[in-house]
Write a protein that binds this ligand. Structure first.
Ligand SMILES: Cc1cc2nc3c(=O)[nH]c(=O)nc-3n(C[C@H](O)[C@H](O)[C@H](O)COP(=O)(O)OP(=O)(O)OC[C@H]3O[C@@H](n4cnc5c(N)ncnc54)[C@H](O)[C@@H]3O)c2cc1C
Length: 499
């Protein structure tokens, strides 16, 4: 082995950049290989031929994204808006308005969420039907045992079994699943649903508060971050699609194959999404020889559509971020007022809207000229002034099989950070971690976890300090403790029933 360990990181999203940045700071020889033309992964942004900024969907940064907020501070950046309020719309109009929860008197969770969220139509009796579900939230503690208990069940079955009303499910929980997990309840793991809802909404009153980048994340965070990685000696190569891994006679990774090039490696970190990893494994005899990697073929990914529309006039939009439900049976969508969020559009004479559609397979085959009127129609259903406005420019980005599908039964096939190849590590938003975070924060955290395993392996440098999610509130801790005691008693019973 060379004196300075060579680490090859594959994929330049949050996970890959996170791992690379930590390792270059610790003096490793890091090469980051990215298949796309720009770093950033699902969060990459670029300019159209006409010079307009676009990106693969707008990304929010929720209150508990402590590791990302800490990184941005370390990089000396200030890319974010203040915390913003949000709305939810259905075909009947405005349904919900959310306040900025951290500004209101703090109540023990979930009281603040329950009392401060302004439901315009949902009757109290429906909202109260969520109460029994609290038991499942207590019982699901993000442990391996809890994932195995709940992952085989669909989120819809879980809500049904706990007595959630049809209307609360349809008007509140399913929209959250479509936006948070990109799939309808009957296609989501109950474990993923409980983990996601607890992290983003229920663990602490301010958790649902969110900020946005004041431009594309690519320009405001990734560009300076990549420059920092390079100035620390890291090599970042775009348009390098990895196709295979070379193993030595002891079964350890010794190189990464990328077209005609081979990059020597003492350790490898994969930081690609599910469908990217499936393609690599299907091309790679060395990875295919490991059961763990073969099993990745059992995982799924979800289609997403990101559109940006420029309108000829200013339209008043009450809140900058909006989630919508009930427009399509199994598709959720969000729209964002970019005049309010992005510096670039503050003084625009017209309105700039980003509208993103999740679980949007039925839209991907449509042409732009078919999609743009559909988007305008849905926007006009929420805010009638869009009906008269004229679309003067548009961008449509189709993202087939782009985001992780947390399908029922998928947990058993997801990989942990350490793999059966001792110097190959995994990272990304679909990798198993006990941290408790989701989405971008999870991708970044698993990147740091993979970097830490490299540090442990070579004993060079310091481990990244990963900020844990805020501890449970005292009453939740007490309820979880009690629940675990009762569960431990039940261990004396024969292991006869399904978990
Ligand atoms: C429309 C949309 C909206 C979203 N909204 C939010 C949000 O509001 N908040 C939030 O936190 N999250 C959001 N997400 C999810 C978030 O984007 C992901 O959780 C996160 O970006 C995942 O990062 P990652 O590093 O794990 O993977 P990715 O970002 O997928 O990066 C993987 C990288 O690997 C590269 N790659 C793939 N195959 C190869 C190969 N063979 N060789 C080399 N490179 C390869 C890819 O090109 C890609 O750059 C959203 C996603 C979408 C699509």
């Amino acid at each position: 082995m060379s004196q300075i360990p060579k680490v090859v990181v594959i994929g330049a999203g949050w996970a890959g950049l996170g791992a690379s940045y930590h390792l270059v700071k610790q003096g490793y020889d890091v090469t980051l290989l990215e298949a796309g033309a720009y770093p950033g992964g699902l969060v990459a942004g670029w300019k159209t031929a006409g010079g307009r900024s676009i990106e693969a969907g707008i990304h929010g940064f929720w209150y508990p994204y402590s590791n990302i907020f800490s990184l941005v501070k370390e990089l000396g950046l200030s890319p974010f808006t203040p915390f913003t309020r949000s709305s939810q719309y259905s075909p009947f109009g405005l349904e919900v308005e959310s306040p900025i929860f951290q500004d209101l008197p703090q109540l023990p969770t979930p009281l603040g969420t329950f009392l401060y969220t302004q439901f315009k139509r949902l009757p109290l009796i429906d909202r109260l039907s969520a109460l029994p579900l609290l038991y499942a939230l207590i019982d699901f503690d993000n442990s391996d045992a809890a994932w195995r208990r709940y992952d085989a069940v669909t989120a819809r079955e879980l809500f049904k079994d706990f007595g959630v009303s049809a209307r609360l499910y349809r008007d509140s929980f399913e929209p959250m699943l479509l936006v948070g997990l990109f799939a309808p309840g009957e296609q989501c793991s109950a474990a993923a649903a409980l983990g996601m809802l607890y992290y983003f909404i229920l663990a602490h009153q301010p958790n649902f508060d969110v900020v946005w980048c004041r431009g594309t994340v690519g320009e405001m965070i990734f560009r300076p971050w990549v420059e920092r990685i390079e100035s620390n000696g890291g090599k970042v190569f775009t348009q390098r699609r990895v196709s295979d891994l070379k193993l030595d006679s002891a079964g350890k990774a010794s190189g990464v194959v990328c077209g005609d090039e081979v990059f020597d490696a003492d350790a490898v970190i994969f930081a690609v999404g599910v469908s990217g990893m499936q393609k690599i494994v299907s091309n790679s005899p060395s990875l295919r020889s490991h059961q763990q990697f073969q099993n990745i073929s059992n995982l799924g990914a979800v289609d997403v559509l990101a559109t940006r529309l420029w309108f000829d006039r200013k339209i008043t939009i009450p809140h900058p971020s909006n989630a919508c439900f009930g427009f399509n049976q199994t598709t959720g969508w969000t729209f964002f007022d970019l005049n309010a969020l992005h510096d670039e559009y503050k003084n625009e004479t017209g309105t700039v809207i980003e509208a993103d559609f999740y679980h949007a397979s039925q839209f991907l085959s449509l042409g732009d000229q078919e999609l743009v009127p559909l988007v305008q129609h849905d926007l006009a259903t929420c805010i009638p002034a869009f009906r008269e406005a004229k679309v003067i420019d548009s961008s449509v980005i189709r993202l087939p099989r782009a985001v992780t599908h947390f399908a029922p039964g998928s947990y058993q096939y997801m990989l942990p950070v350490g793999t059966s190849i001792e110097n190959v590590f995994m990272s990304g938003d679909w990798i198993i971690t006990r941290h408790g975070s989701w989405s971008q924060e999870k991708a970044y955290v698993t990147g740091l976890e993979a970097a830490n395993q490299v540090v442990s392996r070579f004993g060079r440098g310091a481990k990244a300090q990963i900020i844990p999610v805020e501890t449970d509130e005292p009453h939740i801790q007490a309820a979880r403790q009690l629940n675990q005691t009762v569960r431990s008693w039940s261990k004396i019973l024969p292991d006869f029933w399904l978990p």
